[in-house]
Design a protein around this ligand. Structure first.
Ligand code: GAR
Length: 200
């Protein structure tokens, strides 16, 4: 069974959705480790509740990004991790991890990329007056939300939509799309899966 490390910075709801899918058997993978770059993040509490080991590691404690990622890499190598899944990890991946896990790092982003990359994609979509936004799952490269797209799903922005209501719709999609797409990838189905689904 493939071993996965999930990287998260904040709440960790996507981490939990993936872990629950793995523990219930709908995702045929072992979630070996949570890597969290923010001590005190709720993702770490979720890991404890789910019985998944967590590496809580602050970049500030390292002289360089390279040294920080070397430390993570050592841990991943020790656990024989096959793939890295970013789930709300708000940091660019550097060459140390990119080279060690070439083509084996994926990310989820709350917009239809290339629209609204980077931070606060939901706020960006609302501020732009967009009628549609969505979720994108993509391979990670050295850029900010720029790697090849694997799957996407669209979400309609309705009249009177608030940040909270839009976030709720997007996260509902994320929590089902991410485990499903990861399962497809692990089964070797690498062709892009464009979800026709849209949420109102
Ligand atoms: C998710 O909506 C994810 O798409 C987004 O952060 C949220 C994390 O939520 N990621 C990005 O914006 C990456 N650029 P979670 O911690 O509850 O899973």
């Amino acid at each position: 069974m493939k071993k996965i490390a999930i990287f998260a910075t904040g709440s960790g709801s996507n981490f939990q959705a993936l872990a629950v899918a793995a523990q219930s058997g709908s995702l045929n993978a072992e979630i070996s480790l949570l890597v969290c770059d923010k001590p005190g993040a709720f993702a770490v509490d979720r890991a404890e509740m789910l019985g998944i080991p967590a590496l809580v590691i602050s970049p500030k404690s390292y002289p360089s990004k390279e040294a920080y990622e070397e430390e993570i890499l050592q841990k991943l190598t020790g656990l024989e991790v096959d793939m890295i899944v970013l789930a709300g990890y708000m940091r660019l991946i550097g060459p140390t991890l990119l080279n060690a896990f070439e083509g084996k790092i994926i990310n989820i982003h709350p917009s239809l990329l290339p629209a609204f990359p980077g931070k606060d994609a939901i706020g960006q979509a609302l501020a732009a007056g967009a009628e549609t936004t969505g979720v994108t799952i993509h391979y990670v490269d050295e850029g900010m939300d720029t790697g090849p797209v694997i799957a996407s799903a669209s979400v309609k922005i309705t009249l009177g939509e608030t940040r909270e209501s839009l976030q709720k719709k997007i996260q509902r999609i994320e929590h089902s799309l991410y485990p499903e797409v990861l399962e497809e990838l692990l089964n070797g189905n690498e062709e892009a899966v464009q979800w026709e689904k849209s949420v109102h």
